[in-house]
Design a protein around this ligand. Structure first.
Ligand SMILES: [Zn+2]
Length: 78
């Protein structure tokens, strides 16, 4: 199981972008009026190719840059 931490400050909390679908109310021109919910379906979970931002220090990089290889080795019991 992959583990992640900020390589700069070490926290394990990040801000990432998920792709979700959402139901909208629209008018007769097809113009957005309001959203009816936050999320109907997740079409793309944040992965290591996306840009992640540290929730603490704002360090930004691809998700793979946040891999905590040391914790992963420990977690594997090696
Ligand atoms: Zn950080």
């Amino acid at each position: 199981m992959a583990k992640y931490r900020c390589p700069k400050c070490g926290v394990e909390c990040f801000e990432v972008t998920a792709h979700v679908t959402q139901d909208w109310k629209i008018d007769g021109n097809g113009t957005f009026l309001e959203s009816l919910n936050d999320c109907v379906e997740v079409t793309h979970d944040p992965d290591e190719e996306d840009i992640w931002s540290c929730a603490n220090c704002d360090f930004s990089a691809a998700g793979r840059e946040f891999r905590n290889l040391e914790a992963e080795r420990k977690g594997a019991g090696a």
